[in-house]
Design a protein around this ligand. Structure first.
Ligand SMILES: Nc1ncnc2c1ncn2[C@@H]1O[C@H](COP(=O)(O)OP(=O)(O)OP(=O)(O)O)[C@@H](O)[C@H]1O
Length: 325
């Protein structure tokens, strides 16, 4: 595993500059490495030539996606893990579960079950491999204050009954690290914090194997209103997604993000069945699932985009004990 460096390790970046960059959402060496000197100069209030020097140093320090030979890619692909949903229909749809080294996006209307899926996966990820888990810890970036430890307890109790094992909910809660994101910049910054935490836990018996961002887009949507802001928003979102992808590869982790679609479209966001973030999120997420409500506690998940699986649907229920067939 690569040792991660901080912004302060770059020549020419003092604490004040580092702070300005972080506040503007440039919290990682990788983000600096792919920025332009004019952009950096104006954010950090430094000269362009200094900015260019910082960028050059960042490019050297970061692995910003140069070329890799196919055998190395294959070697990494061999490590890909699958995190089970714990429901047959869902697993069948997704070829066994959600993959590590990938971003899986769940989008749908309010109440369609996105947060519930996230909670269930935060439980399942801690199970041993033979039980469909990833034997790891979980990080949740909670942007809408929807994380409920009580739900985790209920789901662990449900799982104990289903698996015929006595799991301790408290143990599960201890392996879930939750941070609230107060705005989109903070949300982007929390991926760096997540990196630090993952780095710290990587040699323990519970390395971070799942990172959840619930909701990926809510802050962006609330902060960037009006047509003139669209380009900025998409650029930030794009950077955020790439940092998440980087995290996925670095720690062989699964990334689960949620995205709300509006039941009542406004003029700006258009088509009600289209998730927020449009092309950017769509092209960066590896798998996309559209969730919708059906009768009672039933939900329908539709796989809409996948590099290697056919499109299809799965029906599942959201119950007090967790997701069920
Ligand atoms: N303890 C519980 N027992 C049974 N069902 C529950 C329980 N808690 C939540 N649910 C179900 O989950 C639904 C909420 O789903 P969830 O919070 O995942 O929606 P969401 O898609 O994340 O919505 P939003 O976009 O508003 O965040 C509730 O309407 C209810 O049907």
């Amino acid at each position: 595993m690569v040792e991660r460096k901080g912004l302060e390790d770059l020549p020419g970046v003092g604490p004040a500059t580092a702070e300005k960059l972080k506040e503007a959402g440039y919290g990682s060496i990788e983000a600096i490495a792919v920025s332009s000197s004019s952009e950096l100069a104006s954010i950090a209030e430094i000269g362009e030539s200094t900015a260019q020097k910082i960028i050059n140093a960042a490019r050297q320090a970061a692995d910003v996606g140069g070329f890799e030979t196919g055998d190395l890619v294959l070697e990494r692909r061999k490590l890909v893990g699958k995190l089970s949903f714990g429901t047959k229909a869902f697993n069948d749809l997704m070829g066994g579960g959600i993959e590590t080294q990938a971003i899986t996006e769940f989008y749908g209307e309010f109440g369609s079950g996105k947060t519930q899926v996230g909670h269930q996966m935060a439980v399942n990820a801690q199970l041993p491999l033979e039980k469909g888990g990833l034997d790891g810890s979980v990080i949740i970036i909670d942007t809408e204050n929807t994380f409920r430890p009580e739900r985790i307890t209920q789901m662990v109790t449900g799982l104990s009954a289903r698996n015929g094992t006595e799991y301790d909910p408290e143990e599960f809660l201890k392996n879930i690290h939750v941070a609230k994101a107060y705005n989109s910049n903070h949300q982007i910054l929390l991926v760096d914090t997540a990196n630090d935490l993952a780095n710290k836990l990587k040699d323990t018996d519970k390395p971070v194997r799942l990172l959840i961002v619930d909701s990926l887009t809510a802050h962006f949507r609330a902060e960037y209103v009006g047509r003139g802001t669209l380009a900025d928003r998409q650029q930030k979102l794009n950077k955020h997604m790439h940092e998440l992808m980087k995290f996925a590869n670095l720690y062989n982790a699964a990334i689960l993000v949620t995205n709300q679609v509006m039941a009542k479209p406004d003029a700006f966001f258009g088509d009600p069945t289209k998730p927020i973030g449009g092309h950017i999120v769509g092209h960066t997420a590896t798998f996309r699932l559209y969730l919708r409500k059906s009768k009672g506690d039933k939900r329908i998940a539709r796989l809409v985009d996948s590099p290697n699986l056919p499109e299809g649907e799965a029906i599942f229920s959201v119950t007090t004990e967790g997701l069920k067939d």
